[in-house]
Design a protein around this ligand. Sequence first.
Ligand SMILES: Nc1ncnc2c1ncn2[C@@H]1O[C@H](COP(=O)(O)OP(=O)(O)OP(=O)(O)O)[C@@H](O)[C@H]1O
Ligand SMILES: [Mg+2]
Length: 228
Amino acid sequence: MIEMVDVKKTYPNGVIALNGVSIKIEPGEFVYLVGQSGAGKSTFIKLIFREEVATSGEIRVNGKDLVKMKWREVPMLRREIGVVYQDFKLLPKLTVYENVAFALEVVEESPRQIRSRVMDVLEQVGLKNKARFIPDELSGGEQQRVAIARAIANYPKLLIADEPTGNLDPETSWEIMRILEEINASGTTIIMATHSKEIVNTIRRRVIAVEDGLIVRDQYRGDYGYEA
Ligand SMILES: Nc1ncnc2c1ncn2[C@@H]1O[C@H](COP(=O)(O)OP(=O)(O)OP(=O)(O)O)[C@@H](O)[C@H]1O
Ligand SMILES: [Mg+2]
C-alpha cells in the first residue's frame, strides 16, 4: 500500500526534514507516527499524498510511483486518500452537509448518489442531525467528526490524520479515536501522527517513531516511548 525506499526531503530553505526513510505499510494497518516536534512526521504525511515532493528516494502509494507521477495525475492519487488535520479545515460558510458533499461533487457523482452518501457518512460519525449547521455552530469534536466524514466520503483506501486530536479535550479525543477505529475495522488503512501518549499507550497499534528525519523505532503494538 505504501512503500518508501531511502526517502529524503530537503525544504528549499535547506532544512533536512527526512533523511533516508524506508518503510512498508500494508493495507488495513493502523499506524501511529510519533516523535518530537520537528521530527518530520507531517513531512512524511505530506509526501504520501504529494503535498510535498521527495528530494530523492522512491515512494509508492496504492501501486502508484510518486516520483514518476506527473502533476496532472496527482488528483487521481488524492481521490484514494482521505486527509484529516488538527485544525479541521472546514469551509466556514458551508453547512456540514455542504462541506461533505463538496468532496463528492469534485469527483462528479450524481446528485442522488451524493445525497445518500453524505447522509450515510454523517450517520457514521453521529452528526446526521446537524447537517444544516455551519462549522461555527459546532464544538471542536463535532467539527473534527465532519472533517472525518468528508475524508471518508469518497471511500478512500487510506486515511491520513495529522494530530487529529491535537485541539481536542481528552474525552472528545476518545470519541474521535473510536470513530477512527471503526473506519479501520472496515478495512481502511490509517496513518495518524500524534503527540498523545495516552492514546498510543491505550489503543495499541503499530508505532513508527521519527527523530531528526529518521525512523528510529517501528514496533507492532508499540508504546509511545517518550515522556509527554
Ligand atoms: N515548508 C517548510 N519549509 C521549510 N522547512 C519546513 C517546512 N515544513 C517543515 N519544515 C521543517 O522540517 C522539519 C520537520 O517538520 P515537520 O512539520 O515534518 O515536523 P513534525 O514532526 O510534524 O512536527 P510537529 O510535531 O511540531 O508537527 C522541521 O525542522 C520544520 O521546521
Ligand atoms: Mg506536524
